[in-house]
Design a protein around this ligand. Structure first.
Ligand SMILES: [Zn+2]
Length: 436
């Protein structure tokens, strides 16, 4: 790291000191940039205001000497003339050969929901915080990375390699129009890119090295309709589903509770394999406020299973199917179908890899204590960079407080953004100079 004069030339140590001063001097600019980004209501779904937000980022970076490209994910889910999936990628070449360091942020946010005590898209500043939907997840992180990279360029004008910043869409809905689309087309693969930092809100002193996997599936049990006054003439699909839920309770939940991962997932409750029943729908819908007087012929349940890195996706699906197959043998009239909705494998990078190591060293220097290495309970775009881009050297690091993501009155602490920008700038400088 730059603090060690034996490892690097004195010139870089001086430049690093100047870089941190530049970031302190741009504190107000960092706040204003965050507010401007929050004011684009990039709500997903449906994918509101993506294009103006991407163009705002592109205009700013073009004025700083970046080559800017806009990539619309034509044909991606939700992409149409009203809601174009527009991504922005900006690249600034350095003075000589070297690696490329990329900061990737999603620009989409979830809907504001209820419970706000202020306007969610105004970017209110109060008590050392910027408030608004996306302040924490993750426009504060995006703004920090932009200020970090600009300060790096201004203080190390002859930096080697290249710097990239992207603003991508649809992370909140799986990333298909964003990082998935770009990674499928080589934007996140070596040799174009070598190291990626995703400024997701994992807290200013944590390095997030991966995430658990996901399997969403819909299970349907079927029955036979009859009049509700004579249920013995039909076969109730809801009772069949109840039998399945009973097996989950009896057989699967205790097993999952015993499975613990070596991944440093936070919060620690998520170090077990988990299963949520997301929804259940059975029988006919009410009509004019009256429930249908019939035996249910169908019941559908959506489950959300989160996988540990030690688990195998086929085994995870197989143990649910086995419970269903047992019921076929044991229960008269039990018929079911199972449909995959969505799946992502767990991912975890090496904490001794260059990007994790340089970020950890930068956190120790800026904050005065060593970082915590964590994994995320839910997924984010690292999965696409790893699986599709085949780029392993990727982490999430950003200033937002994890628990505030998607909450009403979401905010980001201004001091955290300034510190995160310093960490990002130091880490990027070390990666570019090959001193990580
Ligand atoms: Zn996010």
């Amino acid at each position: 790291m730059a603090a060690d004069g034996k490892v690097i030339a004195d010139g870089q140590v001086i430049a690093d000191g100047r870089m941190l001063e530049f970031i302190d001097a741009r504190r107000d600019e960092l706040v204003e940039l965050t507010r401007e980004l929050i004011r684009f209501p990039t709500i997903n779904p449906p994918g509101e205001a993506y294009q103006p937000c991407a163009e705002y980022i592109g205009r700013r970076l073009r004025s700083k000497g970046f080559a800017v490209e806009y990539v619309r994910a034509v044909g991606a889910p939700g992409d149409d003339a009203r809601y174009p999936r527009v991504n922005v990628i900006a690249r600034r070449e350095g003075a000589g050969p070297g690696p490329t360091v990329h900061f990737n942020s999603h620009i989409d946010v979830v809907g504001s929901g209820v419970g706000w005590t202020m306007e969610p898209f105004a970017g209110l500043v109060k008590d050392g915080k910027v408030f608004g939907r996306g302040a924490c997840d993750m426009k504060g992180g995006l703004a920090s990375s932009i200020i970090a990279v600009e300060a790096l360029i201004d203080s190390h004008p002859r930096f080697p390699g290249a710097l990239e910043i992207s603003g991508t869409v649809d992370e909140e809905s799986g990333g298909y129009g964003g990082v998935h689309y770009l990674a499928s087309r080589g934007w996140f693969s070596p040799p174009r890119v070598d190291h990626v930092i995703i400024p997701e809100p994992l807290n200013v002193d944590r390095v997030c090295i991966g995430h658990r996997g996901v399997w969403w599936a819909e299970i349907e049990t079927r029955g036979r309709m009859a009049h509700g006054s004579m249920p013995f003439l039909g076969d109730c699909a809801i009772r069949h589903m109840n039998a399945f839920i009973g097996r989950l309770e009896r057989d699967l939940y205790p097993r999952l509770g015993l499975r613990r991962t070596q991944m440093p997932v936070v919060p620690s409750g998520a170090r077990h394999a988990t299963l949520n029943i997301n929804s259940i729908h059975g029988g006919q819908a009410e009509s004019a406020g009256y429930p249908a007087p019939s035996v249910a012929d169908s019941c559908r349940l959506v489950l959300d299973r989160r996988l540990l890195i030690e688990e195998d996706m086929q085994d995870v699906k197989g143990e649910v199917r086995q419970l269903l197959e047992q019921l076929v043998l044991e229960r008269d009239g039990f018929h079911y179908s199972m449909r995959d909705i969505f799946e992502v494998l767990p991912t975890m990078t090496d904490r001794e890899g260059p990007v994790a190591r340089s970020t950890a060293a930068a956190i120790a220097r800026v904050l005065g204590h060593p970082p915590e290495f964590v994994c995320s309970p839910g997924t984010y775009d690292q999965k696409h960079i790893d699986r599709i881009g085949k780029l392993r050297d990727c982490i999430a690091y950003g200033p937002g407080i994890l628990d505030l993501a998607h909450q009403p009155d979401e905010y980001v602490v201004i001091d955290d953004m300034v510190n995160a920008a310093k960490v990002m700038a130091l880490a990027a400088a070390a990666l570019l100079h090959g001193t990580a």
